[in-house]
Write a protein of this length. Structure first.
Length: 348
């Protein structure tokens, strides 16, 4: 059984400081806004660097380094904006930006630290994985709310000072917004895959533990999760014409569904035969060899033949299932990385 835990840590926000232009000669207000915008661009750049690392780097250490670099940048920018004066007695824009940066720092530092800790346990169960991804969503929602407040205050400031705001996102903002959609889509499909993957783990735990009743129980649960998962996949549209992730997930689920169907029959039969043989063997060993009847010896020999035959079928079935399982999981791994590589641009 090949173990796998695919997780994706996403902590994205899109700072949207729109294109601005002055009217009626309000150049001082324009310069004030542009000064704040210039400071925020360094945060956007480091946020994109971090986001790209999440999608493309296989090094957890590198990703964590990028997060710490982002925290330093947020601190530096916040200190600089704190020292900025208000604009003609109006501190609303500066203070709203500072409030945004405080939330940004807290989320990236405190919330994300908790998420990193959750990651270690995320693969222990479907509920843990769901909670792990949900915690990321909650953290992102905090940033979205703070960002919305900032944008709203920016518009108020612009109206007060006769400045037009042009809806014109720069390249990094567009990349961040696009990547957020990529990760949302990925995580949705990933949870469907993980539910059946984890149920398969429980099934094989019962198999290796010689738990016949547990095998039956987990087989049924696997059939349920795969049936539900396949139905959910049918409702998910392709991502910008790319259906590779859904197709790989569907292929994995079809394998799990077949496994929960009849593919385990020879394995279950082996454990039933083994249990029967163990009982006959115990009774046979307890008797005086000289007093054994021909019928008892024949029964024992027949049990040996049956368990050996069942064992051969077990090995054949187990080898085939292991090969097919690894193929399905490898296919999912490849499709997942290809999906991220295709839809999340690399930093610079």
């Amino acid at each position: 059984m090949k173990n796998i835990c695919l997780t994706i840590s996403v902590m994205i926000f899109a700072i949207f400081f729109a294109g601005i232009k002055s009217v009626n000669g309000q150049t001082d207000a324009l310069k004030y806004m542009e000064g704040i915008s210039l400071q925020l661009k360094s945060i956007m750049d480091d946020t994109w660097d971090y986001t790209s690392s999440v999608a493309h780097s296989k090094s957890a250490k590198k990703i964590e380094t990028k997060r710490k670099e982002l925290l330093k940048t947020i601190t530096t920018v916040k200190n600089k904006i704190t020292k900025m004066p208000d604009f003609e007695g109006d501190a609303s824009l500066r203070d709203t930006v500072l409030a945004f940066l405080s939330i940004d720092y807290d989320v990236m530092n405190d919330d994300f630290s908790k998420i990193v800790n959750m990651e270690a346990l995320a693969d222990s169960s479907y509920d843990q994985m769901e909670a792990y991804l949900y915690a990321q969503q909650i953290a992102n929602n905090k940033l979205d709310t703070a960002s919305s407040n900032f944008i709203a205050e920016q518009k108020v400031f612009a109206e007060k000072n006769n400045i037009n705001i042009i809806d014109n996102q720069d390249k990094i903002s567009k990349k961040l917004e696009s990547s957020a959609k990529v990760f949302t889509y990925y995580n949705k499909v990933y949870l469907i895959f993980f539910k059946s993957y984890k149920q398969d783990v429980y099934l094989w735990r019962a198999i290796t533990g010689n738990d016949v009743s547990g095998i039956e129980q987990n087989k049924n649960a696997l059939l349920t999760s795969t049936t539900e998962g396949l139905a959910l996949l049918d409702s998910i549209k392709s991502f910008k014409g790319d259906n590779g992730l859904v197709a790989a997930c569907k292929k994995a689920l079809l394998f799990y569904k077949s496994e929960g169907g009849t593919k385990l029959d020879d394995i279950v039969d082996y454990y039933i035969s083994k249990d029967k043989f163990d009982k006959i063997k115990t009774a046979f060993a307890a008797k005086n060899k000289a007093s054994l009847s021909k019928a008892e010896i024949d029964e024992y020999n027949a049990a040996v033949a049956d368990v050996n035959k069942a064992g051969t079928k077990y090995n054949t079935a187990n080898t085939k299932l292991t090969t097919d399982r690894n193929t399905a999981i490898d296919g999912w791994n490849t499709a997942g990385q290809n999906f991220l590589d295709k839809h999340v641009p690399k930093y610079k």
